[in-house]
Ligand binder design. Structure first.
Ligand SMILES: Nc1ncnc2c1ncn2[C@@H]1O[C@H](COP(=O)(O)OP(=O)(O)OP(=O)(O)O)[C@@H](O)[C@H]1O
Ligand SMILES: [Mg+2]
Length: 151
């Protein structure tokens, strides 16, 4: 089945990926700090925004205001920064432990109430989304010591 691709706008990368990142799929970007994961993710979002798509960036670590200040002057982001929807996701252990579908729904609804309804149905069509990063979510879920704060 050909699911189609969402290009990053980086010509060589898109060629290497066969057109971009798989449409309707989830791609996990992995690498050491400073390798360029956030820049790559933002570049992919900016390309979507320039194409008129609805795109969201969710930060679980650095406040998005700092992300915008830090990367905002980069040429690829300048014309797209106002077209990206930016969200901070502060993760409370009790919101994600145990990691049930119900809890995930509530978390995403809390973070993006304007576009995700309580039953996790998007109020608008979302084309691209980035969670930067899944590592902090994974840490909270995997940290048994945090169970004591769940109740
Ligand atoms: N505003 C900037 N000006 C110049 N260089 C920058 C700027 N922002 C980031 N960089 C550099 O670009 C490179 C890639 O940064 P990026 O933030 O994308 O890495 P990362 O893989 O997301 O790292 P981390 O895992 O720490 O989040 C780094 O070497 C960083 O120092
Ligand atoms: Mg990063």
């Amino acid at each position: 089945m050909n699911v189609g691709y969402e290009p990053s706008g980086i010509k060589k990368l898109d060629e290497a990926l066969g057109g971009g990142f798989p449409r309707g799929g989830i791609s996990l970007i992995v690498g050491p700090t400073g390798i360029g994961k956030t820049i790559l993710a933002l570049q992919w979002l900016a390309e979507g925004a320039r194409r008129g798509e609805n795109v969201v960036y969710i930060s679980t670590t650095v406040p998005v205001e700092r992300i915008k200040r830090y990367y905002g002057d980069m040429p690829f982001l300048k014309d797209a920064i106002s077209k990206i929807r930016w969200y901070d996701m502060v993760i409370e252990p009790k919101e994600v432990i145990p990691f049930t579908v119900e809890k995930q729904k509530k978390l995403f609804h809390r973070v993006m109430p304007d576009i995700i309804s309580e039953d996790l149905n998007p109020k608008i069509e979302l084309h691209r989304g980035v969670i930067d990063s899944i590592t902090s979510l994974d840490r909270v879920i995997g940290d048994k010591a945090l169970f004591r704060y769940v109740a």
